[in-house]
Design a protein around this ligand. Structure first.
Ligand code: BGC
Length: 718
């Protein structure tokens, strides 16, 4: 028998002691009791013109360097709204601000507390600059690894992405900044983003991209949603009533407001009726709302609803109650968090012959090569870019459109940080533009550390899965550079600075590879700490690294304007695709090496799915069996009953655990069927609801998607 999962939840007190922390189930603050009432009272005093003023951006020269603004109404004490990008730090021209590692690095940390700290830096710094609406929260799924905004996302898995995004947003809103989540929905490629029609069936949409939003929204009480440029099933996202009215405001009960992406509005009455509450950044279409009202095409009640939602969101996040006044932020505190996030999120992909960590006592000479590693680390481009503290160490122009995109290198020198770790060694740098010179330096040194990079940006996708130089007029062949260095020095280490997943043709020719993402304001120091073992790497991939472009669900990204991209891979997004198709990726989702070793053992499942307890608890021991302190991410996957037609496994929970050498601890992860992530349900299109199917559920625990080998007895739904 099928039935919806919303049932009473009984907690087994006997097991309570074992739950260190449900890894992904921390509670969100309940909505304020009086926001609705206060919004209604305020709206009752507004003229029709004042109401219209609130539902569109004011355009023109935007004050405070923000991306957009909405003019307030001083006579009623309604402040201006300053809409500011802030995925990886305070964006636009507001800064300078601490450039955090890219959001995907935060996801790669798999650490909810660290993710909160990440959001906190953004919130605190936004307050200091007097800007009060955050346009971060990019939770589009990393289903297309060449997507130029992958660095802003939280990876390919909807549960990991939604939970990490929720922590960022929660922290931002705790600073009384109105938070945002975007781009709703299915904005997963940048090529022809304004005209691409994404075709997807309802169940796949609900269980993939929309699920990340559902979790992000429900777990954070976020107050604004930005609809995207693309069309979804032939209708523009910003006038897609099914997305905005039925799903977001209906099924999910979202009470905040929907703003358009910048110039993503395409109509007036149609958009307003479909659920768009605010046009940004101008009033191109919504200036015609009065006509719509006059002709009766748009009911007054809908305009009032739009205004009410915006005011309510402002009350809900404390914009009225906590006005900003000369607040400051501390560079030391915030950049220390940036460093910590990077140290937690960098992923060690390869470490043959225990090449790492480096022991300065045994190394006389180090060659550092490429990617301006003498002065800086790379950051991603587009609206998420941050003007870093200290200004960019250098900027480079992108030779073709988009012309506004600037390549910013952040002032944090890996070379200097490496020198500080090995003061007695000769550490020399070569820019990598001439392969022979670089190889000669590598050959003359004990160890070669090659920095390779992939710049990516909004409004473009990267042209290939292998690292491609899109910055210089005469591109540097970084793959050939690595091969040349590897041929010259058997102790070659590659550090990748990039925003997403790549194929690495030279992988087996080098000893070690560290994916550092865009490592942020203190990236150089964090990378050096990992290379020399001051920090044991513990990041895990939030997206699959494919072996080749041919293995992707869509080897070619549609690029002809108005093309349709049919996501007919259905539920098989990310690792689920590789699982279902039996394709071995280069590195699986959830993968990451450490300098120490861990054993996950004695796993048991209690409270099998039953009428009175929709969920279960996995209890297990983790032992640090190596000789260094470190952290492991225990990951729980579930195989759904075959009758559901679900992919072979899905992530349902995780726990990052920090252990000293030899230390053993017991942990428990609760998988609650009623959680916002619907971990044990599928979307039933007929019932229009999440449903738990009868049948056998296999619970797997491991430390990556392809190593969830410790299978537990099937959990039988009675
Ligand atoms: C981007 C949004 C961004 C907005 C404002 C758009 O181009 O797609 O993510 O928030 O600009 O900068």
């Amino acid at each position: 028998m099928k039935y919806p999962v919303f049932r009473r939840y009984i907690f087994f007190t006997l097991l309570q002691f074992a739950i260190i922390q449900a890894s992904i189930g921390q509670t969100v603050k309940p909505p304020r009791a009086d926001s609705d009432q206060r919004a209604s009272q305020l709206m009752a005093q507004m003229t029709q013109e004042e109401k219209i003023q609130l539902v569109h951006g004011a355009g023109g020269v935007v004050p405070r360097g923000s991306a957009g603004w909405v003019q307030g109404i001083p006579r009623l004490g309604i402040p201006n709204l300053y809409l500011t990008d802030g995925s990886i730090g305070v964006g636009n021209n507001v800064g300078p601000a601490v450039a955090l590692p890219s959001s995907i690095a935060s996801a790669a940390g798999w650490d909810m507390d660290e993710a909160y700290k990440y959001g906190n830096v953004i919130g605190v710094e936004m307050r200091a600059y007097g800007v009060n609406v955050n346009l971060g929260g990019n939770v589009n799924l990393g289903r297309e690894p060449r997507n130029g905004r992958t660095f802003e996302t939280k990876g390919e898995d909807p549960i990991l992405a939604g939970k990490i995004a929720a922590m960022h947003i929660r922290a931002i809103q705790d600073q009384h900044i109105l938070g945002g989540i975007k781009h709703f929905a299915l904005n997963d490629q940048e090529t022809i983003r304004a005209t691409v029609n994404v075709q997807i069936d309802e169940r796949s949409a609900r269980e993939t991209d929309l699920l990340a939003f559902e979790i992000g929204i429900k777990d954070s009480n976020v107050q604004s949603v930005m609809c995207s440029y693309n069309l979804v099933n032939t209708i523009y996202a910003c006038e897609n009533s099914h997305l905005l009215n039925d799903i977001l405001k209906g099924d999910w009960g979202f009470k905040g407001f929907v703003m358009s992406d910048w110039s993503a509005t395409h109509s007036t009455v149609a958009a307003a009726l479909a659920g768009l509450d605010q046009e940004e950044p101008t009033n191109t279409f919504f200036r015609l709302l009065p006509q719509g009202l006059a002709t009766g095409q748009l009911p007054q009640s809908r305009l009032d609803d739009m205004v009410h939602r915006i005011l309510r969101a402002m009350f809900e996040t404390g914009i009225f109650d906590y006005p900003m006044s000369n607040e400051r932020f501390d560079f030391g505190t915030d950049s220390a968090i940036a460093q910590e996030v990077e140290e937690q999120g960098a992923v060690l992909l390869r470490n043959e012959n225990t090449q790492l960590p480096l022991d300065p006592a045994r190394i006389n000479s180090i060659a550092v090569i490429g990617s301006h590693a003498d002065v800086a680390v790379l950051s991603g481009g587009g609206s998420a870019h941050v003007i870093p503290i200290g200004g960019p160490a250098l900027t480079e122009g992108y030779p073709s459109p988009p012309s506004w995109a600037q390549v910013i290198w952040i002032d944090s020198s890996p070379l200097q940080a490496i020198r500080a770790k090995a003061p007695a060694a000769s550490v020399r740098f070569d820019g990598g533009t001439n392969q022979q010179d670089a190889a000669a330096l590598a050959a003359a040194c004990d160890v070669a550390i090659v920095f390779v990079s992939q710049w990516e940006s909004e409004d473009m996708d990267v042209p290939a899965l292998t690292l491609t130089d899109v910055i210089h007029k005469t591109p540097i062949d970084q793959n050939a550079l690595v091969e040349a260095i590897a041929a010259a020095n058997p102790h070659t280490i590659v550090v990748i600075e990039s925003g997403g997943a790549h194929a690495l043709p030279w992988l087996r020719d080098v000893n070690a590879v560290l994916e550092s993402w865009y490592p942020g304001q203190r990236g150089g120091e964090a990378i050096a700490n990992i290379l020399f073992g001051t920090v044991t790497p513990s990041g895990k991939l939030p997206m699959t690294f494919p072996s080749s472009v041919a293995d992707l669900p869509h080897p070619v990204i549609p690029s002809v304007p108005r093309s349709t991209v049919n996501y007919n891979e259905g539920l098989n997004v990310g690792y689920k695709w590789y699982d279902a198709k039996h394709i071995t990726p280069l590195f699986p989702f959830g993968f990451g090496l450490s300098y120490t070793t861990f054993a996950i053992a004695n796993a048991t499942v209690t409270n099998n799915l039953a009428a009175d307890y929709p969920g279960f608890i996995v209890t297990f021991d983790v032992t640090n069996t190596g000789s260094m302190a470190g952290a492991e991410v225990a990951q729980i996957y579930v195989g759904m009953p075959p009758s559901t037609g679900e992919p072979p496994k899905r992530l349902v929970g995780w726990k990052k655990v920090f252990l000293q050498p030899g230390e053993k601890q017991q942990f428990a992860i609760e998988v609650d069927a009623n959680d916002s992530s619907h971990p044990l349900s599928y979307w039933d299109v007929d019932l229009k609801n999440w449903v738990i199917s009868p049948g056998d559920y296999t619970v797997m625990i491991g430390n990556s998607a392809d190593n969830a080998s410790l299978k537990l007895a099937g959990v039988v739904h009675k």
